[in-house]
Design a protein around this ligand. Structure first.
Ligand SMILES: Cc1cc2nc3c(=O)[nH]c(=O)nc-3n(C[C@H](O)[C@H](O)[C@H](O)COP(=O)(O)O)c2cc1C
Length: 221
């Protein structure tokens, strides 16, 4: 096991990981990751989340290949091919995204987070009872030396995937989460400055006790 970050460090440094080493995730680790995911909270503890896990098995091949088509299709309109020698952040991101969608079928593990609408309807609080489990999953993966990202790119092929995964009526894919050992690294995430996001008493009212830790990096910077 890798050195585990503290819980606080983990949750401020768990980045979206979209490039993976080819190493498999041992089932013992996968078990621990899924255990943590299923410890996520849900309204009234009704647990409307379910998960289907794809490893590199023959039975997973069809769903993997359908997923790959969905990812390429979903990213198509935003896809860019920057010049090979362009070192900018934008160009690096474009390369990462192309690599991500082109290689998603090879991700060591793909987890589909499902929402059973029969257990909790379709309103906003229903989804809010699934995504905490997804974040638990990512944080557990991070603790064990893996990384992943919540995605929505199953959308173009959602019906085909529902067939391939044998989803019952009313069970829908809420997120597709590839996982693997990061080819890059985790590190502090970039967000807006804290006082732009958190107010006191009234919306927009600055609180003088709010301060980003020294060295915080921001989006857009
Ligand atoms: C609800 C949700 C949907 C997302 N959908 C996608 C997606 O379809 N494809 C993707 O590559 N990343 C997706 N992401 C990842 C975000 O793009 C990423 O978390 C965000 O850009 C911040 O990057 P960071 O996590 O590395 O700080 C999604 C994240 C969330 C929470």
């Amino acid at each position: 096991m890798t050195d585990q970050p503290s819980l606080y460090e983990g949750l401020t440094t768990t980045r979206a990981i979209r490039r993976y080493l080819p190493d498999d995730i041992p089932v013992e680790d996968l078990n621990d990751i899924m255990f943590a995911a299923t410890r996520g909270p849900s309204g009234h503890n009704v647990q409307p989340f379910r998960f289907v896990v794809l490893r590199h098995t023959p039975e997973a091949a069809n769903a993997r290949s359908i997923t790959a088509r969905g990812f390429v299709e979903a990213w198509k309109s935003q896809r860019q091919e920057p010049a090979k020698d362009d070192p900018s952040r934008k160009a690096r991101m474009a390369r990462t995204m192309s690599h991500f969608v082109d290689n998603i079928a090879e991700a060591p593990v793909i987890v589909f987070a499902l929402h059973d609408e029969a257990r909790r309807g379709r309103d906003i609080t229903a989804g809010a009872s699934v995504y905490p489990a997804c974040q638990n999953l990512l944080l557990a993966a991070r603790a064990l030396g893996y990384g992943g990202v919540i995605t929505q790119w199953h959308h173009p092929v959602a019906d085909e995937l529902a067939d391939a995964l044998k989803l019952p009526e009313g069970v829908v894919i809420a997120a597709t989460i590839p996982l693997g050992k990061p080819a890059g690294s985790h590190g502090p995430v970039r967000r807006l400055p804290l006082p732009d996001l958190v107010f006191e008493n009234h919306y927009g009212e600055r609180a003088d006790w709010l301060q980003d830790p020294e060295g915080t990096r921001y989006t857009g910077g």
